[in-house]
Design a protein around this ligand. Structure first.
Ligand code: DGL
Length: 279
């Protein structure tokens, strides 16, 4: 490791295709309040979830380099699509910088939460196309039954702020109705929110599924993995009395991001808090 990369005082870099990764950032800041963070949302090119692998890979490399140039001690790929499509390439390109995605922590949490190892993964079209969750779950529980379901419309609903009410319920019914209609023996006992936007729709998803299945949120699981990695590599910041800094970078649309983002992050921020960058 170069000296600067080893510095525990450097921020944790977090990148996502847009506003959604703020749900992951929120979990990281809740679990590790004294850590500084720098977030990059590629709002000019969101969504990644309907794009080709080549495009997602190129965008992910550009976004990561932007954060690395500013100095970070760890990169969190807080986007399921980017994690599913580009994690090995990012790790190879950025080594020895540690790079953590959201798929492996989510898969780990799901395996731990499931008695029957019958999993349903809700994600974007691109993530589902890679079957990354299926591989990650089966690496831990080889006989697991894993079904992946593309629910791309949930992304737009979360961006619009329509996370409850009739439209959210109708979308949840359209996606999950066929699963719920099966005989109960064929139901999943774990449902993974495999997209950064989906924790905002957790209530609508829960209402459709009923109380049975465990709903696993990869954002919380990722925050635990971040904490474990920092401890393992002696990279944790000193625990001071002050809260860690937060810097926000975007590739477009600071006003929209400020309006939407507070809901995802659970903290309010304004346009002057956001820096617009060109990748
Ligand atoms: N951040 C993406 C994910 O978690 C969702 C939004 C998008 O499609 O870019 O898959």
């Amino acid at each position: 490791l170069s000296a600067s990369r080893c510095d525990p005082d450097l921020p944790i870099g977090v990148f996502d295709s847009g506003v959604g990764g703020l749900t992951v950032l929120r979990s990281i800041r809740a679990a590790l309040p004294h850590e500084s963070t720098i977030y990059l949302g590629d709002t000019a090119r969101v969504p990644y979830g309907t794009k080709s692998r080549d495009s997602v890979l190129r965008y992910s490399l550009q976004a990561s380099h932007q954060l690395v140039e500013r100095g970070i001690k760890l990169l969190v790929v807080a986007c399921n699509t980017a994690s599913a499509l580009s994690l090995p390439e990012l790790r190879a390109e950025l080594a020895p910088l540690p790079v953590l995605g959201v798929v492996e922590p989510g898969a780990e949490a799901a395996v731990a939460a499931s008695a029957a190892q019958r999993h349903l993964v809700l994600a974007t079209e691109a993530t589902v196309g890679q079957r990354a969750y299926t591989r990650a779950i089966r690496a831990l529980a080889p006989g697991a039954d894993v079904e992946e379901l593309a629910c791309s419309l949930f992304v737009a609903l979360a961006e619009e702020g329509w996370t409850d009410g009739a439209v959210a319920s109708a979308a949840a019914r359209a996606y999950l109705g066929p699963v719920v209609a099966r005989p109960s023996a064929e139901w999943p006992d774990s449902v993974i929110l495999g997209c950064t936007h989906f924790p905002l729709l957790a209530d609508a998803i829960r209402a459709e599924l009923g109380p049975g299945p465990r709903i696993v949120d990869s954002a919380t699981a990722t925050a635990r993995s971040v904490a474990a990695l920092l401890a393992r590599d002696a990279l944790a910041a000193a625990r001071g009395a002050t809260r860690g800094n937060l810097r926000l970078l975007l590739t477009d649309g600071a006003a929209r991001f400020a309006r939407l983002g507070s809901r995802f992050l659970g903290e309010t921020f304004a346009v002057p808090d956001v820096e617009v960058v060109d990748l």
